[in-house]
Design a protein around this ligand. Structure first.
Ligand SMILES: O=C(O)CCC(=O)C(=O)O
Length: 280
């Protein structure tokens, strides 16, 4: 748990602080990518209780599932044994990292569904900002098949926006938060960051950073990603009764004893990395 394999460069620290997102190349080797792909196929064949199809019909499916690591030990071993926990801790400047959850996001070719612009924070049942997402590419990812785009610097705006439904049906009507700005009508006003990725590459982003992704408009290339979520020292549990989303439902099922205002002290959210005080 305490092995140290990652020391962020000044550029990486600055990218997280100033842009809120950075690309991490070659984190998973081909053998690990293969195991993660098998886990994704297994999850798609046997969807969990909180899996969602954001599209109807067979063409261009946009599919998601949550807490797959709780069902597929091979995936859990790879993610929790990976350097991602340490990377998250060091960039979030947290003394330790807990694994929060995984979120499969699969865009099959021929799709028409973008991922709406959103921040993660308003969907998450957390208070605190030491939280990040790390999106793991399992395919070659390009703008055409749905590379995620991040609006650099928006994590510093001190604004939370109403969470959008990934089905494209707009934001949750009962959210008290203001709607996400119309980014696509004013793309030139934003610092849009996006990376072409190879399988095993990752992009890490801050929980308050606005991001979204185009549809997978290719004819044959799949875009399979695993969005992993990591929490640090300042994060405690809260509820979000206004958002009847799958994450809230999953937590109620899987970790019913979480206490409001307390850390996620539960076996589902293991501490995967902890500072020895000697690392940087
Ligand atoms: O994979 C996508 O399309 C969206 C990814 C995302 O929202 C995330 O990583 O938090």
């Amino acid at each position: 748990m305490t092995k140290s394999t990652f020391s962020p460069t000044d550029d990486q620290r600055a990218a997280y602080r100033d842009d809120g997102a950075l690309c991490l190349r070659g984190i998973f080797c081909p053998a690990e990518v293969e195991i993660l792909r098998d886990a994704v196929e297994d999850a798609l064949r046997n969807p969990g209780p909180h899996a969602t199809a954001f599209t109807s019909g067979d063409a261009g499916k946009f599919l998601a599932d949550l807490f797959v690591t709780a069902r597929i030990p091979a995936m859990r071993d790879i993610l929790l044994g990976s350097p991602l926990g340490e990377i998250a801790a060091k960039l979030m400047e947290s003394k330790r990292t807990r694994f929060f959850f995984d979120h499969l996001l699969v865009k099959e070719p021929g799709g028409a569904n973008p991922t709406p612009w959103h921040q993660d924070a308003p969907y998450f049942t957390i208070e605190g900002v030491q939280c990040c997402g790390i999106w793991i590419a399992l395919d070659d990812v390009t703008a055409e098949n749905g590379a995620v785009e991040y609006l650099g610097g928006t994590h510093k705006d001190n604004v939370l926006y109403a969470p959008e439904r990934f089905s494209g049906e707009g934001h949750y009507a009962n959210s008290q938060l203001r709607p996400v700005p119309n980014v696509d009508a004013h793309r030139e006003d934003f610092n849009i960051l996006s990376w072409e990725l190879a399988p095993g590459d990752c992009v890490l982003h801050h929980v308050r950073l606005l991001h979204g992704a185009p549809a997978n408009s290719t004819k044959s290339g799949r875009r399979r990603g695993i969005a992993t979520r990591w929490i640090g020292d300042d994060v405690v549990y809260r509820t979000r009764p206004e958002i009847p989303d799958n994450l809230t439902a999953s937590l109620k099922d899987l970790a019913p004893d979480l206490e409001l205002g307390k850390p996620f002290d539960h076996p589902l959210f293991p501490v995967v990395w902890e500072s020895t005080g000697a690392d940087s």
